[in-house]
Write a new protein. Structure first.
Length: 590
């Protein structure tokens, strides 16, 4: 308990028996003359401890700092109830080995303690220490309440009093639990003298959903946090204040007959602002992130996570000596390989998209700013469970303001879009060859290390032969780039073929707009400015001159395009706009 709160509580209790002190205490708790001291006691405690008004005074009552006879029986009974609950929770921790817990309750205890131990290890590196009490309660119906009480981080010159976090689980079917989580609404940063110098606040919170223990994930979840704040007085800098209007989470995954999981999810954050002594350092209007899984084997991925967690815990606790780490890691890899073969395919598709609006940063020292009115990013993969797949990456922004001078800023893309399709790929053969190579590496690591390059070479040749046999095809359906200075578009169609020495035939077409204008700007900059800028401009001008010379120049109504048609011919030659690139490539290599 913070020392100032403890003193105020004791003083308030003493004021009931010593009216001479009442004016000072009344000022502390906002009590008017002639008011109800016991009501003020409860109101003050409620403000200090949020949802449990008797968590604050219980410690001084238990230690005798509050004199007997000054509180009525009702308040005393409620304080004793809190003490009894604490004793029960502590006894559960102290008699962990003798508590008849279900597998899930024991798992939760282990997960909590493992996470807290990891955090304590990180804090210990900085001279800090983490204190907490774990309590797991379970009734005959299988309802579980997991509490992490009295969480506090202490350091040499400060501490962070966090409070209690609670998770409740209610069984709603086989391997399904309804779950709700409550975090401390307020926490406090205290300096070495016990004065509050910062803290966190949550205006309102809701986090609930359905948990599936077998995959250690929430299949459904709905979360909403509003009016969040973090503030702290930073020595030598001033008060830092970060506020967030809201953060929302929505997940809805479903399982099919093959134990694969699919479904969408989203995270939305609104209204983040960071200030230092009133000066705005960062602002985010809104972040919308959406994602979608299709055909993911979450049992497979959960098993990997569990094995890695056990390995890390064993190393941290000293249960796995350094000399045995490689053996345990090999065992995990063996398990992963076996599960991958038994449960293939382990994924079908994944996609995500994010939109950011009104993003702003300011360097407090230099005053330089970065601002983006809006930004969009997306990526995805499909067909991971078969021999035909595709992937995409897209990016775009509007209203970019960055402290980058000249042509460099003009080359920052405001649009990028890539779509690639992969057809008739021998993915199963590739997986089998990879697992076979890994198996050899596990059986004789030293021999594999000596022959790794040869093994990879044989694997590449084997895959190349499989691709030729299946007629594998890589098609760049679209690769577009746009910036203030340049724009470019690329399409390509490459097919594996044993008719060519290059083992592939195909074509590609690149169109570039803005090359001439950028070349002029580089030549102008190379003739003026400071030496470093001139050298960079001259180097860029040389590269641009080569690009100009190699491309076919077309003037389409004032829009100048440079065209690059590349062909991988069956005889092994590489043609650029009909010209053999062999001599040029050879000269460049020399």
């Amino acid at each position: 308990m913070p020392r100032p709160i403890r003193v105020l509580v004791v003083a308030l209790a003493m004021s009931v028996a010593a009216p001479a002190w009442s004016q000072t205490i009344e000022e502390a708790v906002g009590l008017q003359d002639g008011g109800d001291h016991e009501a003020a006691f409860e109101a003050f405690s409620a403000r200090a401890a949020d949802d449990n008004p008797f968590d604050v005074p219980v410690d001084p009552w238990d230690t005798g700092e509050v004199p007997k006879g000054v509180l009525n029986e009702d308040i005393i009974a409620r304080l004793e109830t809190v003490l009894a609950e604490r004793a029960t929770a502590v006894s559960l921790v102290e008699t962990d080995a003798s508590v008849d817990e279900s597998g899930l309750a024991a798992y939760l205890r282990g997960q909590i303690d493992s996470f807290m131990s990891s955090m304590n290890g990180l804090l210990g590196e900085e001279g800090g220490d983490l204190h907490y009490v774990t309590g797991i309660e379970e009734d005959d119906a299988g309802n579980i309440t997991a509490r992490v009480r009295d969480i506090e981080v202490s350091g040499p010159d400060s501490s962070w009093e966090i409070g209690d976090a609670v998770m409740t689980l209610r069984p709603v079917g086989d391997d399904r639990y309804m779950v709700a989580v409550a975090l401390p609404r307020t926490t406090s940063f205290l300096d070495g003298r016990g004065r509050q110098v910062g803290g966190t606040e949550i205006g309102s919170q809701r986090l609930e959903g359905t948990m599936v223990p077998s995959i250690d994930m929430w299949s459904q979840a709905v979360g909403l946090y509003t009016d969040l704040r973090i503030w702290s007085d930073v020595p030598g800098e001033g008060q830092v204040d970060v506020v967030m209007d809201s953060a929302a989470l929505d997940i809805d995954l479903s399982e099919d007959a093959n134990q694969k999981w699919s479904g969408p999810g989203s995270i939305t954050v609104e209204g983040i602002t960071a200030r230092l002594e009133g000066m705005e350092l960062m602002r985010l209007g809104q972040l919308d992130t959406g994602f979608s899984y299709a055909g993911w084997d979450l049992i497979f991925f959960a098993a990997i996570d569990e094995q890695i967690d056990e390995l890390q815990a064993g190393i941290a606790d000293g249960l796995i000596p350094d000399g045995d780490i490689e053996m345990h890691a090999t065992g995990i890899l063996d398990l992963v390989m076996g599960m991958a073969e038994d449960r293939a395919p382990v994924a079908e598709a994944f996609s995500m998209a994010a939109t950011v609006t009104d993003l702003f940063f300011q360097d407090p020292d230099s005053g330089e700013t970065v601002a983006i009115a809006s930004l969009n990013f997306g990526m995805g993969m499909d067909g991971l469970d078969g021999n035909a797949s595709s992937l995409f990456i897209e990016y775009g922004h509007d209203g970019l303001d960055v402290p980058v001078p000249g042509p460099k800023a003009d080359l920052v893309p405001h649009m990028f879009d890539m779509r690639i399709s992969l057809n008739d790929l021998p993915l199963q053969d590739a997986t089998a060859m990879m697992l076979e190579m890994l198996g050899g590496a596990m059986e004789d690591p030293e021999a594999f290390e000596e022959q790794a390059r040869m093994a990879l070479g044989f694997m590449a040749l084997g895959l190349q032969q499989r691709m030729v046999q299946s007629g594998s095809n890589v098609r760049i359906e679209r690769l577009s780039y746009e910036s203030p200075a340049l724009s470019a578009d690329l399409v390509a169609d490459i097919v594996a073929s044993d008719q060519s020495p290059n083992m592939a035939v195909g074509t590609a077409r690149l169109e570039v707009v803005g090359l001439d204008d950028l070349m002029k700007r580089m030549e102008e900059q190379a003739a003026r400015g400071h030496a470093e800028a001139r050298d960079a401009a001259q180097e860029a001008a040389r590269s641009l001159a080569m690009m100009q010379a190699m491309g076919e120049r077309l003037d389409d109504g004032g829009t100048v395009r440079h065209i690059y048609d590349v062909e991988l011919a069956p005889d092994g030659t590489v043609l650029l706009n009909g010209n053999d690139m062999g001599p040029l490539i050879g000269g460049m290599m020399q």
